[in-house]
Write a protein of this length. Structure first.
Length: 341
């Protein structure tokens, strides 16, 4: 699998992030993983379409696999073009790919183009067994913007994170070389300022859509809120060593990269996103992403900036956090109330 989605609501083009987005590693050794032998979807029984995002050309399906009662999510997204497929005697321009005319008018023609199967791949992420949190995360939901003050973080968000965050075992498996060791692009083994650079699962392997994650080695850093001047060496190392490694391996310079953190992140082990600047990557909206260079600058100016700042972020209908913020009086659902008599 080379693909992952992070933010799932269909009314947000940044949905199907990731992480998640993100893989759920099975800790119960008695449970057989479907991923050991899965090579097609013939055993998948569709129960519900959770969302269909026409902007990102992605869809999330809920169902079950044969002989399993556990719910499964299948996330599909059409992949972008690879320029090298158009070099030389491209099979896009042979009888193996066909055109079906829809209409034409004067010099303009509208067609359905059907390239050969190998040129028309779809990225797929499969989550099994999927928890109720996964299902909520990838369902169509109303979204709300919350301006989180430091007090709200301490009183509401932090306790919520402690109670309900996703399991991080899959992250620790990568850091300990128990999983995905062959996918590591770069590694700094320093216990304090080191990190592992690895392809994000949503990356399809094409340079045009390059997407890597920098996973810090130190445990206990959850998000921006934990960062202080003590972490500047780590952040600078992420920026400098990460960009150098990408330049050496992929030929993209620092000026061609978008390097940022999410708030809230999709999982609470500090990580940094590295994407091709030309790629419209999920999670790059202003209410979600924070450029690493800005984060470093903010902390250089004010060492405890992220313990003092108000940080906006999105919450989704159905999340327990919505009710908690509503109880605090900082979030209102439903129609606006008119102040006029």
């Amino acid at each position: 699998s080379q693909f992952k989605m992070e933010s799932p609501a269909a009314n947000d083009v940044n949905n199907c992030d990731s992480p998640a987005s993100k893989k759920r590693k099975l800790e119960d050794n008695k449970q057989i993983s479907i991923h050991e032998s899965l090579n097609n979807l013939t055993e998948f029984k569709l129960e519900k379409i959770l969302y269909n995002n026409t902007n990102r050309k992605s869809i999330c399906l809920q169902g079950v696999f044969h002989n399993s009662k556990e719910p499964a999510l299948v996330l599909l997204e059409k992949t972008g073009f690879t320029e090298t497929n158009f070099n030389g005697d491209s099979e896009f321009f042979t009888e193996k790919s066909s055109l079906k005319q829809i209409f034409h008018n004067d010099i303009y023609g509208n067609y359905e183009f059907l390239p050969k199967l190998e040129l028309n791949s779809i990225g797929a992420t499969i989550i099994h067994p999927a928890t109720e949190k996964h299902i909520k995360k990838y369902s169509i939901q109303n979204v709300y913007l919350v301006d989180e003050t430091p007090a709200l973080y301490e009183e509401v968000t932090l306790p919520h994170i402690t109670e309900e965050q996703f399991d991080l075992q899959w992250v620790y498996n990568i850091l300990d070389h128990k999983s995905e060791a062959d996918r590591i692009v770069f590694e700094d083994p320093d216990d304090t300022d080191g990190f592992i650079l690895i392809p994000d699962l949503k990356w399809d392997g094409k340079l045009e859509s390059l997407y890597l994650l920098g996973l810090v080695r130190v445990h206990g850093l959850k998000s921006l809120r934990d960062l202080t001047a003590a972490h500047l060496p780590l952040l600078r190392n992420l920026k400098e060593s990460g960009t150098k490694a990408i330049c050496e391996k992929y030929g993209l310079t620092a000026a061609q990269l978008r390097i940022y953190l999410h708030y809230q992140p999709s999982f609470y082990h500090l990580h940094v996103h590295f994407t091709n600047l030309n790629h419209d990557a999920p999670g790059t909206k202003t209410e979600k992403s924070h450029l690493l260079s800005n984060v470093i600058s903010n902390i250089e100016l004010v060492p405890d900036y992220y313990q003092r700042a108000t940080l906006p972020f999105i919450v989704r209908e159905g999340e327990n956090l919505v009710a908690k913020f509503e109880k605090k009086g900082v979030l209102t659902r439903g129609a606006c109330r008119s102040s006029s008599p």
